[in-house]
Ligand binder design. Structure first.
Ligand code: NAD
Ligand code: ZN
Ligand code: ZN
Length: 235
């Protein structure tokens, strides 16, 4: 018995049929939607005219079916798909964060800009290891610098909401990734993914400290872009 769905089946689940061929170009391959997909990769077979173009069910953006399958195959094949135009997420997006630990506790001090509450300290610890098939260079080691990394949130209502969503992001492997550090230039190393964290507590020497009045709202927006928000059945 086969485990899971094929890439074609995953992509089809998020598509509606398109009746007449639209005039526009496919923004994945830049070829007209009325013609064949410009994607010529391994394992791409001919598709019938009727299913050569698909419309994503929620956002309505249209692409060659084969282009969407190719895009899915280039990702980490977790059963989710993200519209390359508007970033709408279909299914549950996950990342390639390596194995490790996330812990948190409240410390009895206030962050600059949040004088009326205590502080949540999050501690991330990821050891170095060997890259898996979901990483840039499978089989090659990756380094993990500066761990444990300590991060801070105000222990306010909004800060605790951010914490709850960060715990979901951790479970979905979206807090860290493996790649090239923009700070150090080192490749094959553990790096922050697209959700900003404050790693300085009392000072702000790196720019990753407090005060920063927009920080919590920015993080909520960055989490939403990863498909994580509080009304998706998590409350
Ligand atoms: P990166 O430099 O590739 O940057 C990815 C994202 O993380 C960017 O959005 C960036 O703004 C943000 N970021 C960069 N430095 C940050 C910091 N100090 N605190 C919070 N966010 C930060 O990602 P990276 O290589 O994972 O981050 C670099 C940081 O990692 C260093 O500043 C340091 O804290 C830690 N580090 C430590 C060592 C060490 O040997 N102690 C080595 C490398 C990295
Ligand atoms: Zn295309
Ligand atoms: Zn879209």
């Amino acid at each position: 018995a086969r485990k899971g769905k094929t890439p074609e089946e995953v992509v089809k689940k998020y598509l509606q049929k398109v009746k007449s061929s639209p005039e526009e170009d496919c923004t994945i391959c830049m070829e007209p939607l009325g013609g064949p997909s410009g994607y010529k990769g391994p394992g791409v077979g001919p598709v019938s005219r009727a299913e050569s173009v698909g419309r994503l069910t929620q956002c309505g953006h249209q692409y060659h079916f084969q282009c969407l399958v190719a895009m899915y195959n280039n990702g980490n094949k977790d059963g989710s798909l993200q519209c390359p135009t508007c970033k709408t997420i279909y299914g549950v997006k996950t990342g390639n964060q390596p194995a490790g630990k996330m812990e948190y506790h409240v410390i009895p001090h206030s962050i600059p800009g949040h004088p009326d509450c205590k502080t949540i300290r999050i501690i991330y610890n990821i050891p170095p290891g060997i890259q898996g098939p979901e990483h840039p260079n499978p089989g090659k080691p990756f380094t993990a610098r500066g761990f444990p990394r300590h991060c801070y949130l105000p222990d306010s209502e909004k800060g605790r909401k951010v914490l709850r969503l960060l715990l979901v992001a951790w479970d979905r492997r979206l807090i860290f990734s493996v790649g090239t550090s923009s700070t150090t230039g080192e490749s094959d190393t553990v790096i922050w993914n697209e959700v900003h964290h404050k790693t300085e507590f009392g000072s702000n020497l790196t720019g990753h400290g407090f005060p920063d009045p927009g920080h919590l709202d920015n993080v909520l927006e960055e989490l939403r872009a990863q498909g994580i928000e509080e009304d998706d059945g998590l409350m």
